[in-house]
Design a protein around this ligand. Structure first.
Ligand code: SER
Length: 318
């Protein structure tokens, strides 16, 4: 029997690229993509796809049985900024979907689970620089609360029911293929689009607010490497700190100006500024580096070059 993977939330920013990568490694038919809507046509047309609501236990269970799924990547979630507009919906989606998947693993219908946490699980009382793996966590967004509580449940299911669940705390993820939606760190993607289309950008985050960030390729590699690591090398069952680089809006604008000298940026912080200001500036991810040999490849200069090249191609073709 084949080893099969289900990606829930496969139309999203990270889910789509994870699906493409998992298919290239495991074979097209062994990776089933699922989402609540067919909102990413390229992804939907790229292989097996199921319409599925992550909040519906029976729908996921049916899909798991029909395809003989071994491993689930649960990538469906409402992000930090949108979550503040719909707090109860964010709580419901983020928590119900997690319990659904953890319970399938508890019932031994699947063997392995990946669930992402985030720097959003930290809060204003967390030490901001080089934030340790084990730190004060008092998140003040609904998104952050779901991530922090979710981490506790992952650890609980591992300890009490032997569920093989693995997780990382993603920083802001920068990518060009699929747009993110409703996050606080989305500015670091919008800025590249506007640099190409308008040569200027109005930023909703203040110029000196530093946040941890990572290029998509690094995030996907981290995810797959963690999932492929030997079971006994995983010493953290809540969620691993994960880091690549940190920068401010001013620094990313400077890096764009090196490629597009006429680019200019202005600042008009909105409610997302407060969210950003409550998160760490930089992350100590030494546990991930030691336990499963994590290392990143892309620094700010590499990211800027790659983003501008890919988006220039995309816009010139459209
Ligand atoms: N990128 C996410 C957000 O901004 C954080 O995990 O909400």
């Amino acid at each position: 029997m084949n080893y099969r993977i289900l990606v829930i939330g496969a139309c999203g920013q990270i889910g789509s690229e994870l699906t493409y990568k998992l298919r290239s490694v495991n074979g097209m038919d062994n990776v089933i993509a699922a989402d609540i809507k067919e909102s990413n046509i390229e992804l939907v047309n790229s292989g097996p796809f199921e319409v599925l609501d992550a909040k519906n236990f029976n729908q996921i269970k049916r899909c798991v049985k029909a395809y003989n799924i071994d491993t689930v990547y649960l990538m469906a979630a409402m992000l930090s900024a949108k979550g503040e507009q719909f707090p109860k919906k964010a709580w419901d989606l983020n928590m119900t979907s997690l319990f659904n998947v953890l319970d399938l693993a508890k019932e031994k219908l699947i063997n392995k689970v990946f669930w992402p946490s985030s720097i959003g699980a930290f809060g204003p009382t967390t030490p901001k620089n080089n934030t340790p793996q084990h730190a004060i966590m008092e998140p003040n967004t609904v998104y952050g609360i779901t991530k922090q509580v979710g981490e506790r449940w992952c650890e609980y299911y591992n300890k009490n029911y032997g569920v093989d669940v693995r997780s990382v705390r993603y920083p802001g993820i920068i990518s060009w293929k699929t747009l993110p939606g409703g996050g606080t760190t989305d500015y670091a993607i919008d800025i590249f689009h506007k640099a190409i289309t308008d040569k200027k950008y109005e930023c909703y985050i203040a110029e000196d607010t530093e946040l941890p960030m990572m290029f998509m390729e690094d995030a996907i590699n981290a995810t797959i490497n963690l999932m492929n690591a030997a079971n006994d090398s995983i010493t953290i069952r809540s969620s691993y700190n994960l880091a690549a680089i940190s920068f401010t809006p001013k620094q990313i604008a400077e890096s764009i100006k090196l490629q597009i000298p006429e680019f200019s940026i202005t600042y008009n912080p909105d409610f997302r500024q407060q969210i950003a200001a409550s998160w760490p500036k930089s992350i100590d991810d030494s546990k991930a580096r030691i336990d499963w040999n994590w290392s990143h490849d892309f620094d700010l200069e590499d990211i800027t070059k790659e983003m501008l090249m890919q988006l220039n191609n995309m816009y010139s073709l459209s």
